[in-house]
Design a protein around this ligand. Sequence first.
Ligand SMILES: CC(C)(COP(=O)(O)OP(=O)(O)OC[C@H]1O[C@@H](n2cnc3c(N)ncnc32)[C@H](O)[C@@H]1OP(=O)(O)O)[C@@H](O)C(=O)NCCC(=O)NCCS
Length: 201
Amino acid sequence: MAELVDALDSKSSSREGVRVRPPLRVPLQPSFFMETLIRRGRESDMPALRDIINHYIKNSIVTFEMVEMSLENRKTWFTQFSEDGRYQLFVAERDGEVAGYAASLRFHQRPAYAPSVMTSIYLHPDHVGHGVGGRVYATLLDELKKVEDVHRAYGLVVLPNPGSEKLHDKLGFQIAGLLHEGGHKFGEYHDVRIYEHRLGK
Ligand SMILES: CC(C)(COP(=O)(O)OP(=O)(O)OC[C@H]1O[C@@H](n2cnc3c(N)ncnc32)[C@H](O)[C@@H]1OP(=O)(O)O)[C@@H](O)C(=O)NCCC(=O)NCCS
């Protein structure tokens, strides 16, 4: 497992093989009419998920990843997920297109942290602000509550991120602390708020 997760670490994401992608597509119809489906992630989602995370890696501090992900990296990342384990992946589709995802991931490499997971949620920029994040994140949390050996879920939110802060509050996370200037990206230090979900346990 340790080897697998090491391979999933951000340091393993290589620039080799990373292609510059065309701009992300704009939806063809008003979002009000779009049908949303939440389902398990599949390996075939990896190109779309790679494009979403790479958008935020390049343009935003919401993720502290610094190096764009290759498709190979995302395929390796995908191998950690299962339907009944600690690490799960859900995808939101709108009108058949991947709109975003929520995942639980290893929180820390030291083994006693194993019952704690870190959560991660990213929507395609065309699909933010329509309630999709709440739906996919709530599905992930509901499934994690069924897993006996998951005790805590932690969301690390780089501040400010009003949409993510509100979403964590709404979904029952509590503020567990602050990493003051815990990260450095785009030439500046950034605070990180730790959100904790006790998953009813
Ligand atoms: C953060 C994110 C997952 C939220 O998902 P979303 O579908 O856009 O959020 P929702 O539409 O469900 O909104 C959640 C709540 O936050 C509020 N909200 C959303 N954006 C907001 C903003 N910029 N300022 C204040 N409140 C905001 C909404 O009004 C809603 O509250 P309500 O239900 O009381 O009206 C999504 O915006 C996203 O992917 N952002 C970019 C990547 C990112 O920041 N990921 C999180 C990293 S920690």
